[in-house]
Ligand binder design. Sequence first.
Ligand code: 5GP
Length: 186
Amino acid sequence: MKKGLLIILSGPSGVGKGTVREELFKDETLNLAYSISMTTRKPRPNEREGKDYFFVEEDDFKDKIQKGELLEYAQFVGNYYGTPKFYVEQLLDEGKNVVLEIEVQGALQVMEKCPQALTIFLVPPSFEELERRIRGRRTETEDVVKQRLDKARKELATKDEYKYVVENDDVIKAKNRIAEIIKENV
Ligand code: 5GP
């Protein structure tokens, strides 16, 4: 069976990666599978274990790093986030196109390890709009919001490392563009 395509969907926090990804997954012709990440961040009220993330303690996370069980990992605003390797490999072998929705440091690690990966960077229409979206979430303290905005500025500066840059001014438009890109690359 033909191996699936590894797809990195990255972009700054708040750009709408999750929303665009949800739209992409409605399109069954894309044959997508989502790589569920592991994190030490505490769940938000609407998040579920094993669906949005595997929520773990820092010791468990460090243990996975030590054992080489993560394809990539990064620290982001005080928490660890990483991609379990085993599941991604299994899905690719099954011929699925696997989506990693990850931040920039992790994306750069995967680019090194898997140069054939399809890399897509989502950008907001403007920085002001990004700030509005991050604040609109209302789940974080002002300090965390500031750290996320500061991080976002640095993340936006890495966009040229990606094969494709897609603007998310409208979720459906962004989804359609990414679907086109995936179809061109499978
Ligand atoms: P959040 O706390 O908003 O869910 O995620 C914070 C950032 O971490 C987002 O940019 C998200 O895409 C990213 N992220 C989620 N999972 C992973 C992962 O497994 N690895 C890396 N490097 N980043 C991740």
